[in-house]
Design a protein around this ligand. Structure first.
Ligand SMILES: NC(=O)c1ccc[n+]([C@@H]2O[C@H](COP(=O)([O-])OP(=O)(O)OC[C@H]3O[C@@H](n4cnc5c(N)ncnc54)[C@H](OP(=O)(O)O)[C@@H]3O)[C@@H](O)[C@H]2O)c1
Length: 323
């Protein structure tokens, strides 16, 4: 089969090698999946550079946190899935390939009417937004939610989940064109941060109170300034500092405000059964209540170009691979 492998971490996409590799064999409690689509995530860039969770002893690896396709082999001990079934898998590696193995606990069925590209785009960004907003954010109907970087994969998901939960959404983006698309997606207020400082805008919109919940993912100055936009009793949770540092541990705040860090990987390690929340999300996609925004799709052979595109600031929504 064809796959993208990393033999040596590197700063540019040259670290990604498009190669012929043996098709993996599933063990007795595993499934083999013919991949139709796989998702790129910001974490893949860190993985390629050697800064995300995997050490060089584990190389070579096939990146790709999540993918969707059809089951072509079922291990003898597996009872809950069948050959030919359409599924989405979230095993955290292996997705940049024609085939991959996954454990049943990392796999969910894809309902009719949801494409492989849509399904593969969901787990990381929708589960992060869902559990982050509900567990760390404790978001309630009627509250103000600020989503930083609304045009990111997680941002797009958070805007829709926030609306679904009855919140009022403010979001930031780097261009007016993206802001317009974010309003179409359900954001009540958008702030073009290339033109305006977001803190005074948030304070103006919330009549000087600030927001109840902030989903932060940029880091650095944006993290620090976000704290100033938090209402008394408000919750800021950070899911990463892709573009700047974030304080570790999170700062202690005044007037009941709280800052925390959220990781979907750590969350699902602690509560593996929460992966089944993906069924609810898939159903909402099937019912057209959630949109899966696909920025651009590349063939597997062009994964280098896909990662280059993700690293730039042009995209809106998910960047995907098809096989
Ligand atoms: N903790 C977790 O469980 C978890 C899970 C998933 C993702 N994450 C993190 O969440 C963040 C978003 O991930 P994603 O995959 O959804 O991101 P993404 O789709 O790659 O989007 C990132 C967005 O950030 C905005 N941005 C702001 N400052 C930027 C800068 N200096 N350079 C480039 N872009 C900038 C850009 O939008 P504009 O141009 O509109 O500003 C860009 O579209 C990442 O930090 C990722 O590591 C964490």
């Amino acid at each position: 089969m064809k796959a993208i492998r990393i033999h040596q971490f590197g700063p540019t996409e040259e670290a990604l090698q498009y190669e012929d590799v043996p098709t993996p064999e599933p063990g007795p409690s595993e499934l083999l999946i013919k991949i139709e689509a796989a998702s790129l995530n910001r974490a893949d860039i860190g993985l390629r550079k050697g800064t995300y969770r995997i050490s060089s002893d584990a190389l070579p690896i096939i990146p790709g946190r999540e993918f969707a396709g059809v089951i072509t082999k079922v291990g003898t001990g597996v009872t809950e899935f069948n050959m030919g079934q359409r599924v989405v898998a979230y095993p955290s590696l292996g997705g940049y390939a024609d085939y991959a193995v996954a454990k049943p606990s990392e796999v969910r069925p894809v309902p009719d009417g949801v494409t492989a590209v849509q399904a593969a785009a969901l787990p990381t960004v929708f589960l992060t937004a869902w559990f982050g907003l509900l567990e760390d954010g404790r978001l309630k109907a009627g509250e103000w939610l600020l989503v930083q970087a609304g045009s990111s994969g997680v941002g797009n998901a958070a805007i829709q989940i926030g609306k679904h939960l009855g919140a009022k959404i403010i979001t930031t983006s780097g261009s007016e064109e993206k802001c317009q698309r974010l309003r179409q997606l359900g954001a009540d207020v958008t702030i073009d941060v290339s033109q305006n400082d977001f803190v005074p805008e948030v304070m103006r919109v919330t009549e000087n109170r600030g927001v109840d919940v902030i989903l932060e993912m940029i880091g650095g100055e944006v993290y620090d300034k976000s704290l100033k936009a938090l209402a008394p009793g408000g919750r800021l949770f950070s899911i990463g500092g892709a573009f700047g540092a974030i304080p570790d541990p999170p700062p202690t705040l005044t007037e009941g405000r709280r800052a925390s860090r959220f990781s979907i990987t750590n969350h699902l390690k602690a509560k593996p059964q929460d992966f089944r929340q993906l069924d609810v999300i898939l159903k909402l996609v099937q019912e057209r209540k959630f949109q899966v925004v696909i920025g651009k799709t590349f063939p597997l052979a062009e994964t280098r170009a896909a990662q280059r595109y993700l690293e730039g600031r042009e995209h809106f929504g998910k960047v995907m691979l098809t096989m």
